[in-house]
Design a protein around this ligand. Structure first.
Ligand code: SF4
Length: 77
């Protein structure tokens, strides 16, 4: 998909790189609801360059969590 020039320039200005994993400032294919994470875009997307999910002993989806999570200090009350 061709990215419009204005959007590409805005992303490059912000220092973000576009590649197969990341487009328009977020990781493709990752939908996240953890809005109090510093990497969350406020909608449903993750803006971290990559994420790590664990733990290694998980046996159901309830056992897993994003180890890249970082508290958004601006959202602390
Ligand atoms: S780092 Fe993990 S918790 Fe934070 S926005 Fe990305 S996927 Fe969600």
């Amino acid at each position: 998909m061709e990215i419009p020039r204005g959007i590409r320039e805005a992303i490059q200005k912000d220092g973000m790189q576009m590649n197969d994993k990341k487009c328009c400032g977020h990781i493709k294919g990752v939908v996240c609801d953890v809005k109090n994470c510093a990497y969350h875009d406020g909608e449903t997307r993750c803006t971290a360059g990559e994420i790590t999910v664990g733990p290694t002993y998980a046996s159901t989806s309830h056992d897993t969590a994003c180890a890249t999570f970082k508290p958004n200090e601006d959202m602390k009350g």
